[in-house]
Design a binder for this molecule. Structure first.
Ligand code: CA
Length: 230
């Protein structure tokens, strides 16, 4: 288990590093935000322990940047700023958990274990809708046992729809989730839905991707309601 620790206070960093190593983790430490971000971008870690107030690049920015790059490594924020708005901001930027300083080291270890467990469950998760199977760990999609090759974006879109099976996702919600701050055109979502339909539904009697007119899209088994298919 490789841990990345981004913390600028040498005393705290040393303490955490030693404690984590005693608990059997291997720890790489960065003392400023820029180095931390670079390490996180270039190596695979099981978890990132992230201080907020850091030289060069702060913890929120690191977190945001990693999530923007679709880096899903669990992030535990460590911070002296124990205020509700800070906590919300941390979780909003994509952190998985938040631990105010000073903390009990045993609690840190327990939170790390909990995040690693959760990550493992997420990683083996397979979403099934009818005969469609999405292995979210391997990004592998099959329908009726046949492997379907999808581009990165197509996969992200399918996973978003499948994770909300039977719920309607608006174009805006999809746009924000898949394309975030990138520039995209107003019909990007529709174009990708069309591509996805060709791969997922074409040639199958049972269609799974449905248009909800004026609202958005949903993935589910067809029912007897009057929603029309495009
Ligand atoms: Ca700090």
């Amino acid at each position: 288990m490789k841990v990345l620790l981004i913390e600028d206070e040498p005393g705290i960093a040393r303490l955490i590093k030693r404690g984590m190593e005693d608990a059997g983790y291997s720890v790489e430490a960065a003392q400023d935000g820029a180095t931390g971000l670079e390490l996180a971008e270039t190596n695979n870690y099981s978890i990132i322990l992230l201080d907020l107030m850091l030289p060069h690049v702060d913890g929120w920015t690191i977190c945001e940047e990693l999530r923007r790059q679709r880096n899903r490594t669990p992030i535990l924020m460590l911070t002296a700023r124990d205020t509700i708005p800070d906590k919300i901001r941390g979780l909003d930027t994509g952190a998985d958990d938040y631990l105010p300083k000073p903390f009990d080291f045993q609690e840190l270890l327990a939170r790390v274990r909990a995040l690693l467990r959760r990550d493992k469950v997420n990683k083996v998760r397979v979403i099934r809708v009818a005969d469609l199977e999405i292995d979210t760990a391997q990004h592998k999609v099959t329908r009726n046992g046949e492997v379907i090759g999808l581009s990165h974006r197509e996969y992200e879109l399918l996973e978003a729809l499948a994770a909300h099976e039977s719920q309607v996702l608006s174009r805006e919600a999809i746009q924000e989730r898949i394309w975030m701050n990138e520039e995209s055109y107003s019909n990007t979502v529709d174009v990708y839905i069309r591509l996805l339909r060709k791969k997922i539904d074409a040639g199958h009697d049972i269609k799974l991707i449905h248009t909800v007119h004026g609202v958005g899209y949903t993935l589910r088994l067809p029912d007897s309601s009057s929603e029309t298919m495009v």
